[in-house]
Design a protein around this ligand. Structure first.
Ligand SMILES: Cc1ncc(COP(=O)(O)O)c(C=O)c1O
Length: 399
């Protein structure tokens, strides 16, 4: 198998897949259709459009229903995921909540792994349940529990791979096999951490692939967005629903995400390499208790990551041999890595989940959700590998 066949979301695809052959005014870069609405030449022109008889199938009526800059981004992400189509939203959470609100109804049931993004879990447990959708939370990656949890009314199995912050990878082939053995259960995979460069869940049979485009797809920590990729009939359902829910992506944000996509492959390959180098160096450090990176043989997901992923991604988590305060010293000692939430951008970011994402929890609460106060999550950027490794190891050396 050639490199290209192994990795269809390669650099050529990152730059070109899904782009039009010719643009208006022959521009190379896409224009930004910064408009809230679209005009019609006459009432006859309008009526023709409304009847679906317009010569231009791409013509739009109003910004909440569609926009050409957003549409190009959607086509490009679909091409990278190997999906029929995709639909863009104003954030990753807007993508997830819009998809679940659209595709579930009172009396349905959804199954989630307990290591899904916590806001996704929060949405299901606090909002969807209020609308009469039942949920079952199952242990991460436990396929027996999944099999047992699926009921007659189960509509969705929601999963993520790799997960945050422990980078556990779900066996996607097995996930789909178990879910589909129960009939019409749909599988949704949040592939934000993987990116289509490292893994394409649609190839394993997932129905919907979700991204927080805020992370790797845009890649520059300067824009929020989300996408859902999948078969045309489901994506057009979501597009119609987006026009009602109003969770639309702004055209300027779409332009920024589309621009970021051009370097997706370059960035992710560098981030894969740097993260592996950091993880390997951390594992040898006397002040490190444990390292979590899927491409380390010591990681529980190593075998499945090797099988279904081209690289381990740009996030490395590790537990410092020391208490909460000493761990904060390691974070503060980094000069290159900036303290910030989020991940996947060109800048290396560092956070101590106990005092950021899980700040409201005390020690007991933290241990219940499996978060050590000595845990650090590092999202490597595209700086020189030796600088990123040197930054973190240098800070640990000072302990
Ligand atoms: C795996 C995952 N999914 C979804 C989201 C939500 O994305 P957004 O912040 O763009 O709403 C995040 C954000 O951190 C995430 O990490």
């Amino acid at each position: 198998m050639s490199e290209k066949e192994k990795n269809p979301a390669g650099s050529t695809a990152s730059v070109h897949a899904g782009t039009p052959a010719v643009r208006a005014h022959n521009t190379l870069a896409p224009g930004i259709a910064q408009t809230a609405t679209f005009t019609f030449q006459s009432t006859e022109d309008l009526e023709q459009y409304m009847r679906g008889q317009d010569d231009d199938p791409e013509r739009e009526e109003y910004g909440r229903y569609g926009n050409p800059t957003v549409r190009e981004l959607e086509r490009r992400v679909a091409a990278l995921e190997g999906a029929d189509d995709s639909v863009a939203f104003s954030s990753g959470m807007a993508a997830i909540t819009s998809a679940l609100l659209t595709m579930t109804k009172s009396g349905d049931h959804v199954v989630l792994f307990n290591d899904c993004y916590r806001r996704t879990r929060q949405f299901v447990s606090t909002v969807l349940t209020r609308y009469g959708v039942e949920q079952t939370l199952i242990p991460a990656g436990d396929m027996k529990a999944l099999d047992a949890a699926i009921q007659k009314n189960t509509k969705f199995v929601i999963s993520e791979s790799p997960t945050n912050p422990y980078l556990d990878c779900c066996d996607l082939k097995e996930l789909v096999r178990v879910a589909k053995s129960h009939g019409r259960v749909r599988v949704m995979v949040d592939s934000t951490f993987a990116t289509p460069v490292n893994c394409r869940p649609g190839e394993f049979g997932a129905d919907l692939v979700v991204h927080s485009a805020t992370k790797y797809l845009s890649g520059h920590n300067d824009v929020l967005g989300g996408l859902v990729a999948g078969p045309s009939h489901l994506i057009s359902l979501l597009r119609d629903s987006r026009g009602v829910l109003g969770s639309v992506l702004d055209p300027h944000a779409a332009f920024l995400i589309a621009r970021g996509l051009k370097t997706l492959n370059l960035r992710v390959l560098r981030q894969n390499a740097t993260a592996l180098a950091v993880a390997t160096a951390l594992e040898k450090h006397p002040k490190v208790e444990r390292v979590f990176y899927p491409m380390l043989p010591s990681h529980a997901s190593y075998a499945i990551a090797k099988e279904q992923m081209a690289g381990g991604g740009g996030v490395v988590s590790f537990i410092v041999k020391g208490d909460r305060k000493e761990t904060s010293k390691v974070v503060d000692g980094c000069k290159l890595a900036k303290i910030a939430a989020s991940l996947g951008g060109v800048e290396t970011l560092i956070e101590q989940p106990a005092i950021m994402s899980y700040f409201e929890l005390d020690e007991e609460g933290l241990s219940k959700v499996g978060i050590s106060s000595s845990l650090i999550r590092l999202s490597v950027g595209v700086e020189d590998t030796e600088d990123v490794v040197g930054d973190v190891i240098g800070s640990l050396d000072q302990l």
